[in-house]
Design a protein around this ligand. Sequence first.
Ligand code: ZN
Length: 525
Amino acid sequence: MSTDGERKGALGEHERRGRKYIPAMASFVKTLDGARDDAPDFMWIAMIGVMDGDALVSALVNVQRAAVQRHPGRGNKARFDGRLSTLEGWSSKDRARHLPALVKAIGDGGLLPDKVLAVLRLYENLPGGWLLVDPWADRKVSVKMDSALTLLARAIAEWSRGDHLNALTKYLTFCWAVLAGGMTWDKKFAEYMSDFPANSSRRSAAGTMIRAAYSAHQGVRDARGESEAAIANAFASKFWNFNWKITDCILASDLSTQVDVSTPGASSEVIDPEGAGPADASELIEADDVTRLVDRCAAQYTRLIDAYFDSPDRDLMHPLAEEVTSGLILRVITGAASLCRAPHQWSSQFASTNLRQLAETEIVLGWLRAHPEDFEKYRDYGLGREKLAWLHVEDLVSSLENVPEELSGVADKLERRKREAPILDVTVVSIESTFTGISLRAMAQELGMESLYRTVFQVSSGEIHGEWEPVSRENLQRCHSPLHRWHYVPSTEPPWIHDLTLPEMVVNMTERLVGIGIEMLNRSD
Ligand SMILES: [Zn+2]
């Protein structure tokens, strides 16, 4: 009954920890979400990088040189590496001593264009504001806020993609470390850095090296308690939450009029303004499809009824097997017909109820066919469940001082039920998950129906239980704003998907099950 053999296939690249399967990558990737914590910290130089590209590097390195000439030496906390959090880490003494020279160098180097300053001014208590905002209080900027925010959005989007701009900004942290004398590069790293970013043929490899080295370096600093991560994190939280107040979501339907700020790592999400927002399903449905599908269900109904009533033999001495079988079969036929009549349900979100019911019924019928002695277990298990439900009602009613009208109606119904056969008092209640005492998965395995269990039952169960993947796929949509960090928002698209393959699949499965059921009914003698 062990499932390990089966799991080794699909989950072969996973490490097992208890009941969890951890992808191999996850054991060494600390976080893939660097944008959340780090992008705000790099916003200043990322914006300049977007505007001026590689010219940024030489301009900023010049400022670093200006700073380091006055720098008191190794071990000093005053670092000028392009990040806001490290600026914030400067002592008031260091700030006072370096401010005039830094302001001049930033001004001369063109490292605070109007748009950039306009953006930085938006964020209250900006880390590093003592250098990048306060000294420039008198400067008048004449830029439209929309265009300034678009620059910021582009910077965040490009930085978050993790390619050249990202490497460029991180490269500056190493430049500072070397200039300030706190770090030496190993030979290979130095060789790649010698012509970065000018050498375009090695740029990509060098960028990868920089990003990896940055992560490792930060990890070491975090471990030593040296990093400004706390400042960066506190600002990141303020940054993202404030962006909600000053900018709107960008939904798929807005994109035809928006700037190009695509989602990193989500290039498969093709934005097609024409295709966005399916119309109400009823407009898309051919009435012919409904008629054809409902006719197929009706034919299955006739098939079952004919097979049952036209049979020369019925086992009235032991009718249970025929009762259970025909009941289960009729239930899937009516379920399928109900889906076919409701085109609004033609999506995996809604049709999952039918698919799960069909898979479960096929496994249960397969089991009963192989173990005819279990028809009684099936019935008794159901009666036990019913009794349990009534006991809960009884408990609830007796615990209330004033029984609400709707509940007293239920209590009356219970009294009537108690008088009817089969007698509830002698009914055994089972709390097993199925009537067989083993799980449905184990039943499926014994019957060689694992594939049906995994591909239909489990997947549709995920839909019914509201697991994250179907919930996000069907009920949420991405906001495309880099300033909102591409969060999910409640979908503004109509949820009605017209996918004809779903009712087709349900009817096909129903036809197969009716065949199995009729075979079982006809061999009951
Ligand atoms: Zn949004």
